[in-house]
Ligand binder design. Structure first.
Ligand code: PGA
Length: 244
């Protein structure tokens, strides 16, 4: 089974209008991306409209979070429909920073993913263990349970999973390709629905040009969710081009 590769950038809470030249720089650095790779950027919501207007047609866009609700009195929140209205195709849900900063439970993440599906977006559902859980030897059981609890019951092709060990995010420490592969294989087994071999599972956590190829060469790693290294167009381009 050949699955497509997705390389998605997550700018987190970074980026101003002065940074929108990134799309141009990326288009120059990647004149013709491989047919086998999908490429997406999740900038802050404030920049999506402007960046999309200037971006090459092969660059998809995504939000970094969405509400589980449809509309109404929820100051500061953004709906999946609003992201779809901006032309987004994806939305990240359940990122560990949101789980930690906003106390989001897996049940809430699942409701957000359902809202995304209802709006026609592909949710990128994030799971990952802390260092304490890994050191206790419980990583696999924890992450697989998080997956089952966070996933909407939907067709395998409608969503994406991202395995992002919390201890690897923004730390410069990456899971070894072997450890990441083992977790991805376990997650694929834990997929509760049909067609696990079609489930797209990204790795995230300090992915950079120097380690992307090794990670993306693993049989169960179907792409990358890239934080810090996506801020620089040349680094993000190098990660895209490391896919063979
Ligand atoms: P990082 O972030 O690449 O900066 O580690 C990844 C993420 O949090 O999605």
């Amino acid at each position: 089974m050949t699955r497509r590769i997705l390389v998605a950038g997550n700018w987190k809470m970074n980026g101003l209008s002065a940074d929108c030249g990134w799309t141009n720089a990326l288009a120059k650095a990647v004149p013709s991306p491989s047919e086998a790779v999908d490429i997406a950027l999740c900038p802050p919501a404030t920049l999506i409209g402007r960046m999309k207007a200037e971006a090459p047609s092969w660059l998809a866009f995504g939000g970094q979070d969405c509400s589980a609700k449809q509309a109404g009195a929820h100051t500061g929140d953004i709906t999946a429909n609003m992201l779809a209205d901006l032309g987004c195709e994806y939305v990240i849900v359940g990122h560990s920073e949101r789980r930690a900063d906003h106390g989001e439970s897996s049940a809430e993440v699942r409701a957000k993913a359902e809202a995304a599906l209802n709006a026609g977006l592909k949710p990128i559902v994030c799971v990952g263990e802390t260092l304490a859980i890994r050191e206790a030897g419980d990583a696999e059981a924890f992450v697989c349970q998080q997956l089952v609890d966070s996933l909407p019951r939907s067709d395998v092709g409608t969503l994406v999973v991202a395995y992002e060990p919390v201890w690897a995010i923004g730390t410069g420490v990456t899971a070894t390709p072997e450890d990441a592969q083992a977790m991805h294989a376990a997650l694929r087994k834990a997929w509760p629905g049909q067609g696990a071999d079609r489930l797209q599972i990204l790795y995230g956590g300090s992915v950079k040009p120097s380690n992307a190829n090794q990670l993306l060469s693993q049989p169960d790693i179907d792409g990358a969710l890239v934080g810090g290294a996506s801020l620089k167009a040349s680094d993000f381009a190098a990660i895209i081009q490391s896919v063979r």
